[in-house]
Write a protein that binds this ligand. Structure first.
Ligand code: NAD
Length: 352
């Protein structure tokens, strides 16, 4: 019976990974999460009573606590998703990004290395440290081409620079100390339980509430979208079958401009939640984000060929599921959008 230590399991992607592990495997899961504004245990309500699920409210920067968690739970693998993840927040306040994404990853790597060194030969060989990262480390693409695992790193935001730093630390811990690591770099995720500061949930909820739908610049920035459960399946596959020392790009082959994404949401809402006038009338173009990367697109050939992964959802089917979920889960939305988040929105978006 395997025990997987998952950091950031109360976040958007982490909670999807935890729910999938509990539902589809017999693994034991230890969720290590500080519960920042982005972490929400309500996203784990369906697994919280399962005897194979444990929660540790721990900051990954706290070396003593992280070491205790390794000692007490004796994991067979780590999946590291805890991070500060919102680009806009990294622009207005980069300090937390440096602390959690860089210092936190370093702290976790050191605890993992110390623990791994003490394992017997069999458990040592089977151990994995899986670092979950983003395609934003590669910078911005022009009209053509894709990010591959060989693309040079050119991060442009404090967020992507902090994630690039963490990727380099993970790589170094493999090459220097032999820690069996795998790294994945994924494109933009969307789906249920996504914190409503991100484009897709923000637009769904604003549209339902008759509020304006803010789009940066002309709305022509391009992102490659992947449904979160497809990402979670890819992560489980890489953890199980990925080669130590290798990196794998994960993407949905779904390039869309931001404007296309918002228009698609409006069209689904016109059907599922009609409000008289078309929802697209709420679209407003706002001043662009500083240093906004133009285009991201992932070449996911390696994970497809080496591990046989392919996404199950199309953008259309995943987006419809997502809109339906937000329409049906207003309690979750109300809980995560109260308190600290509202204060932050007031401070940062008051003039938009
Ligand atoms: P999220 O912001 O929804 O969740 C992050 C989680 O980490 C939260 O539960 C938070 O409480 C926790 N956390 C933050 N700081 C912590 C600390 N110091 N100690 C312990 N826990 C802490 O993020 P997400 O969107 O689920 O992303 C998860 C990972 O995937 C991140 O590493 C992110 O860089 C990466 N990623 C995200 C996307 C995306 O589209 N969301 C795409 C590619 C990669």
């Amino acid at each position: 019976m395997k025990t997987i230590l998952i950091t950031g399991g109360a976040g958007f992607i982490g909670s999807a990974v935890v729910r999938q592990f509990i539902a589809d495997t017999d693994c034991h899961i230890v969720n290590v999460d500080k519960l920042t504004y982005a972490g929400n245990l309500q996203s784990l309500a369906s697994v919280s009573d399962n005897p194979r699920y444990r929660f540790e409210q721990v900051d990954i920067c706290d070396a003593a606590e992280v070491a205790r968690v390794f000692r007490e739970h004796q994991p067979s693998a780590v999946m590291h998703l805890a991070a500060e993840s919102h680009v806009d927040r990294s622009i207005s306040g980069p300090a937390d990004f440096i602390q959690t994404n860089i210092v936190g990853t370093y702290t976790l790597l050191e605890a993992a290395r110390e623990y791994w060194r003490g394992l017997d030969a069999e458990r040592k060989a089977a151990f994995r440290f899986h670092h979950i990262s983003t395609d934003e480390v590669y910078g911005s693409l022009g009209e053509n081409g894709f990010f591959t695992e060989e693309t040079a790193y050119e991060p442009n935001s404090p967020y992507s620079a902090s994630k690039a730093s963490s990727d380099h630390l993970v790589r170094a811990w493999h090459h220097t100390y032999g820690l069996p690591v795998v790294t994945t770099n994924c494109s933009n995720n969307y789906g249920p339980y996504h914190f409503p500061e991100k484009l897709i949930p923000l637009v769904i909820l604003n549209a339902v509430n008759g509020k304006s739908l803010p789009i940066y610049g002309k709305g022509d920035n391009i992102r490659d979208w992947l449904y979160v459960d497809d990402h979670a399946r890819a992560l489980r596959l890489v953890l199980e079958r990925g080669e130590p020392g290798e990196t794998y790009n994960i993407g949905g082959w779904n390039e869309k401009t931001n404007l296309e994404v918002v228009q698609s949401i409006c069209a689904i809402l016109d059907e599922l939640h009609p409000q008289g006038a078309p929802h697209s009338q709420l679209i407003t173009f706002v001043q662009d984000r500083p240093g906004h990367d133009r285009r991201y697109a992932i070449d996911a050939t390696k994970i497809a060929q080496d591990l046989g992964w392919k996404p199950q959802e199309t953008f259309e089917s995943g987006l419809r599921k997502t809109v339906e979920w937000y329409l049906q889960n207003t309690d979750w939305v109300q809980n995560v959008t109260s308190g600290e988040y509202q204060n932050w929105v007031q401070k940062n978006y008051a003039n938009r």
